[in-house]
Design a protein around this ligand. Sequence first.
Ligand SMILES: Cc1cc2nc3c(=O)[nH]c(=O)nc-3n(C[C@H](O)[C@H](O)[C@H](O)COP(=O)(O)OP(=O)(O)OC[C@H]3O[C@@H](n4cnc5c(N)ncnc54)[C@H](O)[C@@H]3O)c2cc1C
Length: 403
Amino acid sequence: MDHQKTARILVAGSGPAGLIAALGFAEAGFAVTLVGPEAGGFDGRTTALMNPALKVLERLRILDEVRSKAAPLKVMRIVDATGRLIRSPVVTFRASEIGEDEFGLNLPNSALNAALARAVAAHSGIEWRKSMVETWRLEAGHAHAVLADGSEVTASLAVAADGRLSPARAAAGISTSARSLPQAALVLNFGHRSEHAFTSTEFHTETGPFTQVPLPGNRSSLVWVVEPETAKELAALDDATLSMRVEQRMQSMLGRVSVEPGRQVYPLSGVTPRRFARNRVALVGEAAHVFPPIGAQGLNLGIRDIDDLIGIALENETDPGAVKALAAYDFRRRPDILARSSAVNLLNMSLLSDMLPAQMARSAGLGVLGGFAPLRAFFMREGLRPGSGFAALAGGLRKQVRR
Ligand SMILES: Cc1cc2nc3c(=O)[nH]c(=O)nc-3n(C[C@H](O)[C@H](O)[C@H](O)COP(=O)(O)OP(=O)(O)OC[C@H]3O[C@@H](n4cnc5c(N)ncnc54)[C@H](O)[C@@H]3O)c2cc1C
């Protein structure tokens, strides 16, 4: 740990983004107060985290603890299962094509969140108040929170990791453009007869993606996006019927399927704030971006928010919540968040759309990706870390020019 800095950081929210932010700021030497309840309830979801996000977990000494419960992601495929007039060819991304062993790991949320919570509880630089922020007072010189347990916290910077409804965002006067989507995700884990070979397959259907992601052994997780009514109906099926439906949807790609207990349904929505910091509050995680679960983007993006925010706080260590620091954060995060959100939303809308031009654009885009290796490599690098695809492309061009 660095020398103790005097500025206090208040992290509101104890989901994965809040726990990672609290650990990251404490490791950077700031005094941290984390406000949020301990995780309760069942979360059978898994999160695919790409290598740059895993490096952050490694720095925070979390990765070794969770690695044995995770499966590596070596190959990612997109299959057009829309049955529409214009369909795309299968696009396959291999980590080996860009010189990596794997793109990342698929981690059970329960293991990740438990490891993060243990590390936060054990960290001497973090005071964890297991309560909720009830009211915010955001003033020129500091952020002030009154908690449900009656206690109060004053800090230089408030990190809003309080989820998609983000009360801190509202208190800071940051408006959003929000849309509810005619979709819900059925989430479950399942066993299968054949090996997955560490391949994740995203079937694009007219209601949204159906995504299988490998888990250790002959097991996978599933995020199946359908109309809300259908999600309810599927979740109510008996195990044998649901297993059959999952197997049919995957065209028996992994042989016989048996769904495990624990089905969850998540209604989908999209939220984009008009700015990412204001009035001593900086948004991270779902407080800063909500979009449908396509291409495993959400928490990967959230971890980049946190990484950038800590970098800017270190450049402004006496007052990391000052106007200048918040303006720098907004400026740095804006392109990455807006590009990811709009790419995911566009892809999602093109699946739902009956309009021929939307289908043609999606099909042409995926077709070009599938057939042209340098462009595929570019997208794979960009998918891992924004800017790295451009850097590799520029490096390649420089080599060509020198030849
Ligand atoms: C089906 C599905 C699959 C997904 N798969 C992936 C994936 O493979 N890869 C990926 O990168 N992302 C994935 N995501 C996205 C990822 O799950 C989210 O980005 C992530 O969970 C968001 O975490 P968060 O901490 O920002 O928000 P949350 O987990 O919602 O946490 C917010 C926290 O704030 C607390 N809170 C709220 N109000 C207050 C208050 N007033 N005071 C204090 N605390 C408060 C809440 O209690 C909660 O603990 C997926 C999402 C879904 C729905």
